[in-house]
Design a protein around this ligand. Structure first.
Ligand SMILES: [Zn+2]
Length: 61
């Protein structure tokens, strides 16, 4: 697991993602532009209705 302040080294999607870990991943991968796990986290938060992107058609971009 990675933590804020430490550059992420693993950008692969994970098998299980909780809403909590999705929040963490969004922070850790904040500077990633094209990142599978960030995309997965974003979708997870949308799914949980805790994060509604303004640019829904461009999720993950
Ligand atoms: Zn990333």
């Amino acid at each position: 697991m990675t933590y804020p302040g430490i550059p992420p080294t693993n950008h692969r999607a994970v098998p299980v993602m909780t809403v909590g870990s999705a929040h963490l991943i969004m922070q850790v991968h904040i500077e990633c532009t094209s990142c599978p796990v960030k995309r997965q986290a974003k979708l997870r938060l949308v799914e949980a209705k805790v994060f509604v992107p303004a640019d829904a058609p461009h999720v993950g971009s």
